[in-house]
Design a protein around this ligand. Structure first.
Ligand code: GLU
Length: 366
């Protein structure tokens, strides 16, 4: 991925609280107007961009007059998030709208992206929004999150969103221009431009502190995000958002290079999962899969095993296993769809169908 990341087809941009909200709690409209123009430019060039936007708690705390930036207690943080989120969504809708873009809000929890059933739902919604040319604006659903709201959750959230969206790049914009070999406040600190492998030495460089005190997760959560993203086959860059047009201005950054997409995806699908069933497909479907397509019910001749939606299944062609992937339907619904064309699915099932039995984003060829 070059920087700024123009080359990746699908990009997730995470924006930290300190860039969205100024120290006295007001929205940084000028800066946001610039990034909305950047996103519009990218979209016109054919790039799909989703935004992970922090700032709800910081913004809500000011509106409610809460102490400690709204983080004195979990109730305060959740009330601040609920109040700030509606304002934040309004700002994004307005500024993207002024550029001729449609914004869509998605509030998710990290759990939503870790449980495979819910993961598939979030992934399908995200992909559909991006295909429709809409800009998803995503934040953690802080007002109902059951765990403490941690600084830096949105770094990891952005990486999970990238995994779910099959994105090729993640850009974390905050008030720091990348990773340093020690605390950047130390004058001897050296900037690291590129990381090919995240090992103990890289983790030791990260510092848990938050420079702005407003929501920046510090480097620890950014490295955690880089681990998730690179393992899912996406590059991740950390750069400073302290420039006016961060998506179109070359700037110093740290690039964490993706592991090879195919092997990363295979490792994720294989990781601790045993296949719960086998979908036997005809030669035509087998060829379509090797061409990189999703598995449609029309090409499936037999379903074996009892799997639930989100379970791992093996896909076998006439001459043996060819792929593994996450089932979009449970075994009984899959059985009803075998050999049937997509247009008939809604009538057979009685509910809005998924486009495939196994989507190519959640499949690894063997
Ligand atoms: N979701 C939080 C907010 O909108 C920010 C979490 C973080 O600091 O990463 O305020």
């Amino acid at each position: 991925m070059l920087f700024p990341p123009a080359s990746v087809p699908r990009l997730i941009v995470k924006i930290g609280s300190a860039l969205l909200v100024d120290p006295d709690g007001g929205v940084r409209r000028d800066w946001l107007t610039g990034i909305a123009a950047d996103i519009a430019e990218r979209t016109r060039a054919g790039q799909q961009v989703a935004v992970v936007s922090s700032g709800a708690i910081a913004l809500g705390a000011r509106r409610l007059g809460l102490a400690k930036g709204g983080r004195a207690s979990l109730e305060d943080a959740q009330a601040a998030a609920a109040t700030g989120q509606i304002a934040l969504a309004g700002v994004w809708a307005e500024l993207l709208g002024a550029e001729g873009l449609t914004a869509a809000q998605m509030l998710v929890t990290l759990d939503d992206l870790e449980d495979r059933r819910r993961y598939l739902n979030a992934a399908a919604t995200l992909s559909r929004l991006l295909q429709l040319g809409v800009v998803p604006v995503i934040n953690e659903n802080d007002s109902v999150a059951t765990a403490e709201i941690r600084f830096g959750d949105n770094d990891r959230l952005a990486a999970r969103v990238a995994q779910a969206a099959g994105a090729h790049g993640v850009l974390l914009l905050s008030d720091i221009d990348g990773l340093y070999d020690r605390n950047p406040a130390d004058p001897a600190a050296v900037h690291i431009p590129r990381v090919d492998r995240i090992d103990g030495a890289i983790e030791a460089m990260a510092d848990g502190g938050s420079a702005s005190g407003m929501g920046s997760g510090g480097m620890v959560s950014k490295i955690a995000a880089a681990r998730i993203a690179t393992a899912a086959g996406a590059h991740l860059a950390i750069a400073s958002g302290r420039v006016d047009r961060p998506l179109s201005t070359p700037a110093r950054h740290t690039m964490f290079v993706a592991e090879r997409a195919a092997s990363a995806r295979k490792a994720w699908l294989a990781g601790g999962l045993t296949a719960k069933g086998v979908l036997h497909v005809d030669a035509g479907a087998a060829k379509a899969l090797t061409d990189g397509r999703s598995l449609l019910a029309a090409g499936v001749v037999r379903a074996e095993g009892s799997f639930a939606r989100g379970d791992l299944v093996t896909i076998a062609g006439p001459s043996g296993p060819i792929a593994r992937g996450l089932a979009e339907y449970d075994a009984s619904d899959a059985a009803r769809l075998l050999g049937r064309r997509s247009e008939d699915h809604a009538a057979i099932l009685g509910y809005a169908p998924r486009s495939a039995l196994v989507h190519r984003n959640h499949m690894a060829l063997l």
